[in-house]
Structure formats: C-alpha cells, structure tokens
Design a protein around this ligand. Structure first.
Ligand code: PMP
Length: 353
C-alpha cells in the first residue's frame, strides 16, 4: 500500500480470485469454468471484430440486448450488459446498496468486498446448520439484499416461490438474485421481473456459455432498475463491453441450444461425481451448480487441496472456519472427474482412511 491511498480504502480487503497458475498443466477444477469450448461461430465472430479494433464498441449494446431479450421473453429496456457479472454486482451495490446490505454468511466472497468498497454496512445472515438459506431470515429487512441462487460455494438452491416470498416482504429495497449458476438445474427468477420492480436478476456468460475469458454478464429487471445501472455504467466506462465480446455473446446466443446441451452434460457428470465422492466417504451438499461442495469426515480440507494440487488437480479451498473442511470442486469432463476420483482414492488410502 502506498502512502497516497486515501483513508477510506486503507482497510479494504480485496477479493481473492481462484488461482490461474501458469507453472504446469493442471486439471483445473477451481474456478467453475466450463470444460467445453465456446459455441460454434464464436471464434469466427471474434476474429471478424478483431480486425475492427480501431473502432469503439456499441455503448448501448443494442444487438446483444435484443438477442438476450428474445431469449428471455423480455424487452430490450429490461436488459443490461457489462464486463462480466462482477461488474454488474459492483454497479448494483453502488446503485442500490445503501445504507445496509444483507447477504448469507457463506456466499460469494465478493459481496462483502463491494459493501466495504462502497461504504455500505454489511450484515451477513448465517445459513442453517445444513448450509441452506432460511428464507424467513430475509423478511422485512431494512436494506439491499443479495442472494446467490444457487448459492456459492454450497451449490444449494432456493425455489422461485421462496424467492418470491422474500421479494414481496421487501418491497422498498432491491433484491439482487445472482443466478451465475442457474443453468445447471435451478429455477430462474427471470419471470418474476414482470411482477416485482425491486427484483434484479444477474447472470453471466462465464459458466453455462463457456465465455469466462471474454467477460460478459447481464441483468434482467424492471426498466427503471436497468436505467439506474445504465446511469452508473455511463458514469464510469460506457464501453465496458468490447467489440469482440459483444460479437461472441451474440454468436453464443445464436447457438444457445449447444450451450444448454453442455449444461445437461455437466449435470450428468455432476451426478456421477457426487455418487463416486459418496462412495469414497465424502459428505456432498446437494448441488444445482457446475460444482460440488464436499468434505470428508477423516481428512482435512486444506490437506486434500494440497495433496490434489501436488498431483496436478486444482480445486478450491476456503479458509473461512465454517467451511474449511470443504473442497469446492468444479465439474469438468467425465475424464477429468475420473482423474480427480482416482487421485482422491490414492490420497485417502495413503492416509490410512
Ligand atoms: N456470482 C457468483 C456467485 C460467482 O461465483 C461468480 C464467479 N466467480 C460471479 C458472480 C462472477 O462471474 P463473472 O464476473 O465471470 O460473470
């Protein structure tokens, strides 16, 4: 930290993203990327735009927003896009977050960072003992609410009816539902945006649409909320989505069935992986995401993480005391998961478990 950093940021603790190592070829199951390549047509679309990089991108992203509106049965005015859903979450905390923000104690690690960044009083609400969200804890709260559904890193999801109860109990505050992982088997709240003007649904192209490296997120909400987000975007960086990413997003939506089929494959692999992990003695939380959250009664989470890493398999481990026994394991291809199970078997037998 330099002596020039202004006071309000001195205590800020930045988010720690998952490792992106360059030292060796890992089986990379640590940042919830898709194991499948971008949709057909994406590479060509990107290449075409790469030859036109002297020109700015479309700041209102008309074509992409229209394609998203058609895909989700809403109007262009109900759609916002920006540089990854992290960008949108940041804008949402900035726009709607004061003076208080509520989110589960175990959830996406970026929420408390945004709260701190924008000087918002953060209230974390404990998950139940079984790591589920208790909707009754989110009734009539006096501030902005952010819930990841499915939640991360647990993978557990609430139903739409439960979210609707939260929305109707908090009519004077924005309720952000972060659906980064919704395409892997959870129910989306997008249809509720027609009924609740306080609902902001945020999704991403990073996971279900194989575009993590392109950085593209979107939000669907009542047009007044979208206008507020546009105001923030146009007050920071109007060209937050570059030409290549816009083109990739449009091409991806044209081949959306391929992406949704990839999601079905991931779900199938997830279910097979859960069964294998349970055979090895793991407790696995019920996941509706492209990752599972698992712990072993006789092996420390940090130990398993390090042992897997030494064997070329990268998973995510969190130091937070409540979840330090767990590993978050991204679902890769069946072959990658086979390798994971094999290595875990080796490690566990080595410890005499
Ligand atoms: N929300 C949740 C719950 C996530 O896990 C992630 C991925 N780290 C994001 C949002 C951000 O995704 P992106 O910025 O790649 O769209």
């Amino acid at each position: 930290m330099s002596r020039y950093l202004i006071d309000k940021y001195q205590a800020l603790e930045a988010y720690t993203p998952g490792e992106q190592p360059r030292d060796m070829q890992y089986i990379k199951l640590n940042t919830n990327e898709s194991p499948y390549p971008p949709a057909p047509g994406v590479v060509e679309a990107v290449r075409e735009q790469a030859g036109r990089l002297e020109l700015y991108s479309d700041p209102v992203c008309t074509e992409l927003r229209d394609a998203l509106a058609a895909r989700y049965g809403v109007r262009r005015e109900n759609v916002f896009v920006s540089n990854g859903s992290d960008d949108i979450l940041n804008f949402a905390f900035m726009a709607f977050g004061g003076p208080r923000a509520f989110f589960p104690d175990i959830s996406y690690g970026f929420y408390p960072v945004y709260a701190e960044l924008h000087g918002i009083e953060a209230h974390s609400i404990p998950l139940r003992q079984d790591f589920s969200i208790d909707p009754s804890d989110f009734m009539a709260l006096d501030g902005f609410i952010a819930i990841a559904n499915p939640n991360a890193p647990t993978g557990m999801a609430l139903g739409v009816a439960q979210i609707e109860d939260i929305l109707s109990a908090n009519p004077d505050h924005v309720v952000l539902i972060d659906e980064a992982y919704v395409d892997f088997g959870a129910e989306s709240c997008v249809p509720l945006t027609a009924k609740y003007d306080n609902l902001l649904v945020v999704q991403t192209f990073s996971k279900s649409r194989s575009m993590a490296g392109a950085r593209l997120g979107f939000a669907i909400a009542h047009e007044a909320l979208i206008a507020d987000l546009e105001k923030i975007k146009f007050s920071t960086n109007p060209y937050s989505v570059n030409r290549m990413t816009l083109a990739a997003g449009i091409a991806t939506l044209k081949a959306d069935e391929v992406c949704m089929e990839n999601c079905r494959k991931v779900v199938e692999t997830r279910e097979a992986t859960v069964a294998r992990l349970r055979q090895l003695g793991f407790e696995v939380l019920p996941s509706k995401a492209n990752f599972v959250f698992a712990r072993h009664p006789h092996a420390d989470g940090g130990f398993l993480y390090r042992q897997l890493k030494a064997r070329g398999v990268l998973v995510r481990h969190f130091e937070n005391p409540r979840i330090k026994d767990f590993l978050r394991i991204t679902i890769g291809t069946p072959r990658q998961m086979e390798a994971l199970i094999e290595k875990l078997g080796e490690i566990l037998s080595g410890t005499g478990v």
